[in-house]
Design a protein around this ligand. Structure first.
Ligand code: T3D
Length: 266
């Protein structure tokens, strides 16, 4: 049987590919463990300077594997166990925390439909390249569940609280174009160009000024939770850090010499 999540590193880019196309990349226990381990591995590897999260087949990820989940629920009802709902804590939360806190950009290459936790993974990324045929749904309320994978944090920040409430309470499917118009998709591309375009964006980030990207990511996360005054101090701290990097000197020298900088990621 093929691996349910593929992991490959080349030229500083870790590509993590959810690979259960026959199941629309629904997350069963095996794929959740493999995804969590792959994301943590990319986060911890200093040779990895950017991450591309994508998938095979016609879906990106339709969230929890409901075919597996329904038998787990039946078993739990029989035994009275509550462990059936431990997957958020054990699998989804570590993945989203790692994506949010790793000091390198994470690109989602959204090749097809993203639903429930699949949408949560897309929203957790720092940048989203989306196939024009993709579609999205929060899905949760449709199966009497609430938000997970950080959607209640990411979605309102991306599109505003009122629109987020609408999409959570009425979990309709919305198109790639609407995702772009709402500000969810950063880049909309023809479906047959998704793999190339998403890889190009991720490769550009992997070859970029890694410490500056880390500081930008930290700065945006900090600003979302703090006052302007506190954010100004944080920017001062982070700008000093970025300004002392080798890449900053390389970039400024290249600018003055009218050349393209070749960043080292340090
Ligand atoms: O502890 C916990 O468990 C909490 C964790 C929750 C995390 C979550 O992610 S909850 C949300 C789970 N996801 C959903 O509720 C989405 C359900 N799927 C859909 O709404 C639709 O399938 C889609 C909008 C995603 C796609 O629609 P469409 O028309 O493109 O495809 P389809 O015909 O509905 O589905 C195609 C096949 O995929 C079909 O199987 P079949 O009939 O060919 O054998 C369908 O059953 C299967 N499929 C779709 N989603 C799932 C799934 N199989 C298992 N799990 C799924 N989530």
């Amino acid at each position: 049987m093929a691996d349910s999540v593929l992991y490959e590193v080349s030229d500083g880019l870790a590509t993590i590919t959810i690979n259960r196309p026959e199941a629309m990349n629904a997350m069963n226990t095996g794929s959740k463990v493999a995804l969590r381990d792959s994301v943590l591995r990319a986060a911890d590897d200093p040779a990895v300077r950017a991450v591309l999260l994508t998938a095979t087949g016609r879906a990106f990820c339709v969230g929890q594997d409901l075919k597996e989940h329904v038998s787990e629920l039946a078993r739990a009802k029989e035994t009275g166990s509550t462990d059936v709902m431990s997957t958020v804590r054990e699998h989804y939360n570590p993945v989203v925390r790692a994506i949010a806190t790793m000091p390198k950009p994470v690109v989602a290459g959204v090749n097809g439909v993203a639903a429930g936790a699949g949408l949560g993974l897309v929203l957790a990324a720092d940048y989203r390249v989306v196939a024009d045929t993709a579609k999205f749904t929060t899905a949760f309320a449709g199966i009497a569940l609430t938000a997970d994978t950080g959607i209640s944090w990411t979605l309102p920040r991306l599109i505003g609280g009122s629109r987020a409430a609408d999409l959570m309470l009425f979990p309709r499917s919305f198109s790639a174009q609407e995702a772009y118009d709402l500000g969810i998709a950063n880049k909309l591309v023809p479906a047959d160009e998704l793999a190339t375009e998403a890889a190009a964006v991720a490769r550009a980030l992997a070859a970029g000024p890694t410490l500056a990207y880390a500081a930008i990511k930290e700065s945006l996360a900090f600003a979302a939770e703090h006052s302007l005054d506190e954010t100004l101090d944080k920017e001062d701290e982070l700008q000093s850090r970025a300004g002392l990097s080798e890449d900053h000197l390389i970039a400024v020298q290249a600018f003055v010499a009218k050349e393209q900088p070749k960043f080292l990621g340090r």
